[in-house]
Design a protein around this ligand. Sequence first.
Ligand code: 1GP
Length: 246
Amino acid sequence: MRNYIKSLIDEGRVLHFSLIDPDKVDDLSSLYDVSKELYEHGTSAFLVGGTLGVSSSKLDAILDLLDDFPIPKIIFPSNINLISQKADAIFFMSLLNSDDLYYVVGAQVAAAPLIKKLELETLPTAYLIVGHGGTAAHVGRARVIPYDNVDLAVAYSLAAQYMGMEFVYLEAGSGAPETVRPEMVQIVKRFSSVNVIVGGGIRSPERALELARAGANIIVTGNVIERDPHRAISIIESLGKVKVRE
Ligand code: 1GP
C-alpha cells in the first residue's frame, strides 16, 4: 500500500481519499452507489473511520461493501477498537499535539500486537490537529495548532520526519468551518520532506485546488461526500487535473 501511494505521489499526482464514517452510514445501498461513483471518478483510496460511536461490526460491514472497488481500503482509527483484517492498511497515527500520552503512544502500544497478528500494513503518520479541531481535538485532548501558526506546524512536521514518520496529516476537524490554510501546507512542504495529507472542512474544488497547489499530497473529504456527492466528485475531478511541482 505504501508503495502504491508513493508511486502515485511520485508521478506528481495529488491524491483524493474518500473518508467514510461508519457511524454516519444509515443506508448501505446508497453508500454503495456513492462509493461506486467516487471510485469511477478517480478517488485513490477509501478511508474508513470516525471519532464517535463506531462499532467493529459496522466497520467490517463497510469494508465488505467497499471490497468491490479495487482501490485501497485504509483504516483511519480514532481508537483501538478500529482494527480489522478486512482493510488493506491502517494509518498508524500518533496525535503528536495531544496532552494525553494515551493518544500519543498508549493506544498504539495497545493496538500493535493485534496489528502484527493480522499482518495489517501500517502507514506511519503524525496526526496534527489544527485550528477548529472539532470532535477529534476534544476527544484527543489536543493542544491545537492555531491556523496561522506555521512555525509550530513546521516544528511538529520536522519532529515527525526525524522520528521516521512518512505522512503528516494536518487536520482541521471534520466539518470545520475553515480548512487548514494553504500557507501552512506550503511552509510545511518547504521545510520538511514528509507527505502531507490535509483534511477537515474541505467542501469546494477551489479550496481543494488551493491546498493542492500549496503542496498537499493527499486531500481527504468526508462530510461533503455525505451531504453533496456531486460536489465531492467535482473535487476529485479538479484534483485529477493538477500537475505538481518538481
Ligand atoms: C476528518 O479530515 C477529515 O477527520 C474530513 O473532514 O468531514 O470535514 O471533510 P470533513
